[in-house]
Write a protein that binds this ligand. Sequence first.
Ligand SMILES: Cc1cc2nc3c(=O)[nH]c(=O)nc-3n(C[C@H](O)[C@H](O)[C@H](O)COP(=O)(O)O)c2cc1C
Ligand SMILES: Nc1ncnc2c1ncn2[C@@H]1O[C@H](COP(=O)(O)OP(=O)(O)O)[C@@H](O)[C@H]1O
Length: 312
Amino acid sequence: MRTFELTYPHTLSGVDMPETVSAIGFFDGIHKGHQQLIKKAVEIARERNMESAVITFHPHPSVILKKGIEHVQYITPLREKQEILQQMNVDRLYIIKFNEELSKLSPQAFIDHFIIGLNIKHLVAGFDYSFGHKGSGNMQNIAEYSRGEFDYTVIEKVSLDDEKISSTRIRNLLKQGDVAAVNQLLGRPLKYTSTVIRGAKRGGPELGYPTANLRINEEALLPKIGIYAVKIRYKNAIYEGMASVGTNPTFKEDKGNLSVEVNIFDYNNDLYGEELQIEWHEFIRDEKKFAGKEELIAQLADDEKTIRNYFR
Ligand SMILES: Cc1cc2nc3c(=O)[nH]c(=O)nc-3n(C[C@H](O)[C@H](O)[C@H](O)COP(=O)(O)O)c2cc1C
Ligand SMILES: Nc1ncnc2c1ncn2[C@@H]1O[C@H](COP(=O)(O)OP(=O)(O)O)[C@@H](O)[C@H]1O
């Protein structure tokens, strides 16, 4: 997959670009609905002997339009989005960096610059996709803007349990800690990739449960504070383990600071500076303040038992 970072105006010339079939959208999460849409673009590209493409936006337009006030966290940070699209056999990824001027383009100017201008011959988008100033262009009136240069496919609402699959629904489930339901909507386990940093050096020596502390990735959404059954990918191997998202209230010196830590089962080696990928599988319990470390240790032993059973 080739990636192109564009802004408005971009300097790519349509005549030098291959003809593509392109999916367009913000696609946070690349959930099952998004997947249908992107697969459709890849499929039509194949039929027409064209390259497949995805047009997306980064950062989220609201970051630009609210002048940096809002700090957006993503279900799939950009790097993960790229990995997933690559796996879906997308040939070209156009990442558009939103700006004030772009937000003011008329629907016709948007289409001329970013669709016709990138030599897109077929566009695939969701039924509720909109474009141009204040979103006045949409998939119902897009034919008025196409100048006969491209045609399009509209993907209807994709539901699970009678409710639309959407990034908002996934964000709400994450706030409730329901990672199992999130995984259903994503069609794969939710992931969190980061680097192991040093913690208080308490887990191994004092508790008998070493925990790899992950650097907080400001761009990534986390499930709510609590304890989770997880799988850990490290150097092409997969381990089971238990993760804590929280502030370690039992130890007041950690107070207020959010940490993401994971105890990896059947593993014993230095991980400082290494990159791990956590897959969230199930919410186990809320974080608690224990009277002392003996009680926390007993709870950790119990969590381990619960989680080993869960994976069995
Ligand atoms: C599975 C798991 C469950 C945990 N549950 C709690 C908890 O309920 N309350 C709490 O104060 N800390 C909890 N912790 C966090 C520990 O307090 C923390 O991992 C320990 O203090 C080690 O910190 P360190 O890695 O900075 O040395 C949990 C950690 C793990 C891995
Ligand atoms: N099974 C394991 N799970 C997690 N970390 C482990 C494990 N075995 C060894 N380690 C190492 O031990 C470190 C955690 O030990 P810990 O005493 O909790 O220190 P820290 O407070 O610095 O995280 C990890 O960062 C990793 O390098």
